[in-house]
Design a protein around this ligand. Structure first.
Ligand code: XEN
Length: 361
């Protein structure tokens, strides 16, 4: 049997295999509410056989949305539509997960297919906040307001409230978004954090927002369910965060109760020229982090070949593979991967409604 189809236990959650659907922004919500699009998009991937399906970056407060069309979980009324999605994912054998996020200085942007640029505050956008009053650059030119200590406390409370709502909606896997140049990453990276108070400067100070927020969420998220984080472990450029620093950060997050790291990279600057793009390019880094931070690890980025995914799990470079674009191309990727790897579980991956008609071939 292929290692990719081994169960994975984390806390009281048992995933049916090592294949996870990465959180992927759909830019299809209105005032944060998920709708039929999200239900079908996420539900299809559960039906397709993934062990874990993680809902897109879901904003903890309205100004934390990347775009006006982002999902959010900042209202009690958001719980019910998310509960419908979480319930369906679970009913179809996938663990329901959700990623909680605040976009910081990258918020108030157009959908990617409408330009990906900042929307003016008087044209449907809003004023943004970040650790420091420094614009991202590129298409995102808006200068954020530097957060006060009161702003920091308010956003941390928003993360706590969002985690409670996610639990009420039936999610059993929580991922905090500490990556991709959004708010938490902006605190972590010296490229975005120019503060001179206790939240900026030294490594200890730059990780304070991340550790405090994580610790606060851990208090309200039950021990029986995994609390995970997606971290950009490197900024790839001089002066940015490094893998070595991230290993130290992950050791501390682990002491604070982190159950798994979803290893990601970059996006703190618009310059992506130094990223070594290629199939599975983050697997060696994830492997090092898994070994040195001694923490269960998920890895994504340009993984599409079942054999590459299988090797990553079998050789213990990662515990889970996170698939994004490949899952958009093929919601039945787990079934097709099992066929390709010759795994006897292939037929049983399909739901009964389909399996009786579709023979493994
Ligand atoms: C291809 C994903 C890397 C950068 N982005 C990350 C996003 C949303 C859009 C782009 C995220 O983490 N929510």
């Amino acid at each position: 049997m292929a290692s990719l189809f081994n169960e994975f236990r984390l806390k009281d959650v048992v995933l049916r295999n090592r294949i996870a659907v990465s959180p992927m922004c759909q830019y299809s919500s209105d005032n944060g509410f998920p709708n039929d699009w999200h239900f079908v998009h996420l539900g299809s991937r559960a039906v397709g056989g993934a062990g874990l399906v993680v809902v897109e970056a879901t904003a903890v407060s309205p100004e934390g949305r990347i775009s006006p069309a982002d999902s959010g979980i900042y209202l009690d009324d958001h719980v019910q539509p998310f509960a419908k999605i979480a319930g369906f994912l679970k009913q179809h054998g996938a663990c329901p997960g959700i990623q909680l996020a605040h976009a910081g200085r990258k918020a108030s942007a157009n959908k990617p297919w409408e330009g990906d640029n900042h929307i003016d505050s008087d044209k449907g956008g809003w004023d943004t906040i970040a650790p420091s009053a420094v614009a991202f650059g590129g298409n995102l030119t808006k200068v954020p307001r530097a957060m006060s200590v009161e702003d920091i406390a308010r956003i941390q409370k928003a993360f706590i409230a969002a985690a409670k709502r996610a639990l009420a909606a039936g999610f059993e896997w929580l991922e905090l978004h500490l990556a991709h140049g959004y708010l938490a990453h902006e605190f972590y990276s010296p490229l975005a954090n120019h503060r001179t108070d206790q939240y900026g400067g030294s490594f200890e100070n730059r990780i304070r927002f991340l550790l405090e927020t994580f610790t606060a969420v851990r208090k309200v998220w039950p021990e029986r369910f995994p609390l995970t984080a997606r971290l950009s472990v490197t900024d790839w450029i001089e002066g940015g965060v490094t893998v070595e620093e991230s290993i130290e950060l992950l050791r501390r997050l682990k002491s604070a109760g982190l159950d798994l790291v979803d290893v990601s990279q970059g996006f703190i600057t618009p310059d992506i020229s130094q990223v070594p793009w290629g199939p599975g390019f983050m697997i060696p880094t994830a492997s090092r982090i898994r070994r040195e931070a001694e923490i269960p690890t998920a890895v994504g980025w340009m993984i599409s070949d079942p054999q590459q995914a299988e090797d990553a799990v079998r050789d213990q470079h990662a515990d889970l593979v996170m698939l994004a674009r490949e899952m958009l191309r093929d919601p039945y990727w787990p079934y097709h991967a099992a066929l390709k790897l010759g795994d006897e579980k292939a037929a049983s991956i399909l739901p009964v409604q389909y399996a009786r008609a579709v023979k493994a071939r």
